[in-house]
Design a protein around this ligand. Structure first.
Ligand code: NAD
Ligand code: UD1
Length: 347
């Protein structure tokens, strides 16, 4: 089986994808600079897979670090045959305070990774790249569910890096038919591996709903601030398409298979197609954890939209992939991770 290089390899989505790839029989090499993850992830991956992870600590903006990762792939598995580019900074609020850091890291890192892939691929071979995009590229959606051909826009620097990332990759394809690109537009990844050994470990106060709810349920935070109750949704709170992290990981395996077997690029939503409100998530979490999640109604968060959920039809047709796990699985697996690791990888 081919060897895949994961950038941002010890992060939340990449670590679950790493396991899914190993389970599907692929070989994996990872690179990460630990700017938003812990080296302990590698110990947990070793424990879960029974294999020592092939890993390079380094920054993807640094050509030499990338060269070391490709060299490791060459030495262990005969060469890297595709890259999944997860490495990026992802906090929307922070991106408005430090836009240049976001452009330098997310755009600089993508370009350097593409250059390295090109450097390490024979001239007659395809350049296969899977890119972590986001539903944020749809801006304020005009129609629901959201199809891939919906209008695109960026409402903050983070979103702009995802939109530009897709555009850069589309230009590469236009210039050189060797590029095979899968841009995956993730909706809202949540939950954890069912083992409870890896999961999301945000630094500081979580920005996103499910990790915040998890910390309330475990007693680290007093109550959930519900941002807005006057949205145009059935209960007035924001509606999102939450997707189990293991379904999302499987989506990457399917996208890679597509690149290898079909030899065609694609841009595709990875979501469930079903939206849940903030109140529905809080209730589902109470059920899964047996703990109370006290609520405090707070003003809207700037930049938030009423509702956002995917049309997942293209993913089913093109990749033969659909999300299988429901909101109860998402909450139960999140809770297992949170309650067994109350301080994340440091606990
Ligand atoms: P994460 O922060 O857990 O993982 C990103 C990893 O990249 C971290 O381990 C970090 O240390 C590493 N990294 C960042 N910059 C790097 C650099 N220059 N060199 C090497 N490593 C670097 O985030 P995640 O949630 O796993 O997200 C993965 C990807 O998916 C990102 O591109 C993110 O923008 C995208 N995405 C995430 C979500 C989400 O809700 N989690 C939604 C849509 C898209
Ligand atoms: C956020 C980002 C988006 C990114 C996505 C996945 C913003 C404006 N958008 O989207 O760009 O792609 O995360 O990483 O930050 N909520 C609360 N209380 C909380 C936290 C959230 O009520 O403490 C509500 C929000 O208002 C929203 C819903 O929960 O209605 C989901 O929020 P969140 O998990 O942050 O995801 P998104 O807003 O979809």
């Amino acid at each position: 089986m081919p060897c895949i290089l994961l950038t941002g390899a010890t992060g939340y989505i990449a670590s679950h994808t790493w396991l899914a790839l190993l389970e599907a029989g692929w070989d994996v090499v990872g690179i990460d600079n630990f700017c938003n993850s812990s080296p302990r992830v590698l110990e947990r991956l070793a424990e879960l897979s029974g294999r020592v992870p092939s890993f390079v600590e380094g920054d993807v903006r640094d050509a030499q670090s990338l060269d070391r990762a490709f060299a490791l792939g060459q030495q262990r598995w005969g060469g890297v045959q595709a890259v999944v580019h997860f490495a990026a900074l992802k906090a929307v609020g922070e991106s408005t305070e430090k836009p240049l850091e976001y452009f330098a890291n997310n755009i600089g890192g993508l370009v350097a990774t593409c250059q390295a892939l090109q450097r390490h691929t024979a001239a007659d071979q395809p350049l296969r790249m899977v890119f972590s995009s986001s539903a944020t590229v749809y801006g304020k959606p005009e129609q629901l569910p959201i199809r891939e051909d919906a209008p695109l826009s960026a409402t903050n620097p983070y979103g702009a890096t995802k939109l530009m990332g897709e555009q850069i990759l589309a230009e590469l394809q236009r210039c050189d038919a060797r590029w095979l690109i899968a841009s995956l537009r993730y909706f809202n990844p949540v939950g954890a591996h069912p083992s409870g050994r890896i999961g999301e470990d945000p630094r500081g106060v979580p920005n996103n709903l499910m990790p915040y709810v998890a910390q309330v349920a475990v007693g680290q935070r007093e109550r959930l601030n519900v941002f807005g109750q006057d949205y145009d949704t059935p209960d007035g709170t924001g509606v999102r398409d939450y997707i189990h992290i293991c379904d999302l990981a499987d989506g990457h395996v399917a996208a890679l298979r597509h690149l290898f077997e079909q030899g065609r690029s694609l841009t595709v939503n990875l979501g469930t197609g079903r939206g849940y409100s903030v109140l529905e998530v809080a209730r589902a979490y109470e059920k899964a954890s047996g703990r109370e999640v006290p609520l405090h109604f707070a003003p809207r968060r700037p930049g938030d939209v009423d509702a956002c959920y995917a049309d997942p039809t293209l993913a089913a047709q093109a990749l033969g992939w659909r999300a299988r796990r429901d909101i109860d699985d998402m909450c139960a697996d999140s809770w297992r991770w949170q309650s067994q690791n109350p301080r994340g990888f440091n606990g």
